[in-house]
Design a protein around this ligand. Structure first.
Ligand SMILES: [Zn+2]
Length: 446
């Protein structure tokens, strides 16, 4: 019975690493040759770098292949064929799926997929869902806007593929979604951490429904790192009485890593489908050892229409020192996607990652789920303001919460903060990706 299997792919997921590395080299050569032969953009990029498919003989040789950045994709799109441009490797007639990036700044990047690519996307997601315990008996509620963003589209098809029942919660508002979960007794759902917490808040405070009393037993997160931040994960798990799992993916890359039911603090990279490299942001060196943060360069081996070959994702990740008890041989990254290379900023000369602030705020009892961080300059001195929501029941703990926040933030980030308390429900709410970190110094300089 397939439902009894521990792994979605019982061969690939436990293949010894040396065999995986051989497979990765073979698959990299194949996709590199494909891009070189089929796309004008890739051919010209590689010719300029003086590298041809036959030059790739080892995994080290791959590092000579130039990386591709998002800004380059925007330039490509000004060329034919419309709207994808000349990174396209197949005739337009073969494109069956359109999606676009959801970034808040600049022109979106359009992403083409063939039907075969789309099958690949749902296969990537099948690894994720299976590893997180989804089976044919699940009834999965999907509270996301089915639109131009790739978000959970492929998760929808993967859920069908593994035989689960999928309930599309597209245009419903939050209250209707909670009622639908209650009505149909859904067992699982997927959303951003922000929305998972927002939904719980609506259920509890506007509808008088305790989300933990509903039938949701597992939740898969995407879009933000919350499900890998222990205090945020705990808040979500406590609110819903469910296991909460992380995964990472992007429009340009596909869904490339996933947490398993062991919840070991690491996410498995799907090494059979992707080559993940970590590069030191300052020195450009490649990082093999665990515990050192760098940006991810990623290749998707099997995506053909608009391939992802050494894409500079700007996602910050690090290798985990631990192996996961689940037995998968796929490598793990610790703490999921820690941040974006663009978001890491220097305040008073200290490197600050927004996720470190989130970990502290979500770990303090008596605060609401929302918060906001504003970095500004006053008389040439950097200032950080942290706005938090104080629960009405914790009004008498204001001073001790203030002291806890100050100590914890100093410990985790080496910086001091102006802490502002706001009433519950007054800070901005977000439905998709939250924008809680604002660096006003950047606006002034740009
Ligand atoms: Zn595992």
């Amino acid at each position: 019975m397939i439902g009894d299997q521990r792994y979605w792919n019982p061969v690939l997921e436990i293949l010894p690493q040396e065999k995986i590395r051989k497979l990765q080299l073979k698959k990299f050569k194949r996709i590199f040759k494909w891009g070189y032969e089929k796309s004008r953009f890739h051919r010209s990029l590689y010719e300029k770098a003086g590298i041809k498919p036959d030059d790739i003989r080892s995994l080290d040789d791959i590092r000579h292949v130039p990386t591709v950045e998002k800004s380059m994709m925007r330039d490509i799109q000004r060329k034919e064929p419309f709207p994808y441009g000349d990174a396209l490797c197949v005739p337009l007639d073969e494109v069956s799926e359109y999606h676009q990036t959801s970034g808040t700044t600049g022109q979106p990047v359009y992403q083409a997929d063939t039907w075969q690519d789309w099958e690949w996307w749902s296969e990537c997601w099948s690894y994720i869902l299976w590893a997180q315990g989804y089976r044919a008996s699940d009834r999965i509620f999907l509270p996301f806007g089915y639109n131009v963003f790739v978000a959970f589209w492929a998760a929808h098809y993967a859920a069908e593929k593994i035989g689960a029942e999928i309930v599309p919660g597209g245009v419903l508002d939050t209250q209707s979604r909670v009622l639908k979960i209650q009505e149909i007794k859904a067992t699982a759902m997927m959303a951003t951490p922000t929305y998972i917490l927002g939904m719980a808040d609506t259920a509890k405070n506007k509808m008088g429904i305790d989300p933990a009393s509903l039938t949701i037993s597992k939740i898969t997160c995407a879009g933000e790192s919350g499900a890998s931040i222990p205090s945020t994960k705990k808040r979500m798990q406590d609110a819903w009485g469910a296991k909460v799992y992380d995964h990472a993916g992007a429009t340009e890359t596909g869904a490339w890593c996933y947490e398993c039911t062991e919840q070991s603090g690491g996410l498995h990279v799907n090494d059979g489908f992707f080559l993940v490299e970590i590069q030191d942001v300052e020195t450009g060196e490649y990082i093999q050892e665990p515990g050192k943060i760098g940006k991810m360069i990623i290749t998707a081996f099997d995506r053909l229409a608009q391939p992802c070959i050494r894409f500079d994702s700007k996602d910050l990740i690090m290798w985990s020192p631990d192996t996961c008890p689940c037995g998968r041989s796929f490598r793990t990254i610790k703490g999921g996607v820690i941040g974006r290379a663009d978001d890491i900023t220097k305040v008073k000369g200290v490197l600050l990652a927004p996720s470190a602030i989130e970990e502290v705020v979500r770990g303090v009892k008596g605060l609401g789920d929302e918060f906001e961080v504003i970095v500004d300059k006053k008389a040439d001195i950097d200032q950080i303001t942290l706005k938090v929501e104080l629960m009405p029941s914790s009004e008498n703990l204001r001073d001790s919460i203030h002291a806890q926040l100050t100590d914890q933030l100093r410990l985790k980030t080496n910086l001091g903060y102006n802490i502002e308390f706001h009433d519950c429900g007054t800070l901005p709410r977000y439905e998709i990706k939250a924008k809680r970190f604002k660096d006003l110094r950047k606006k002034i300089s740009s």
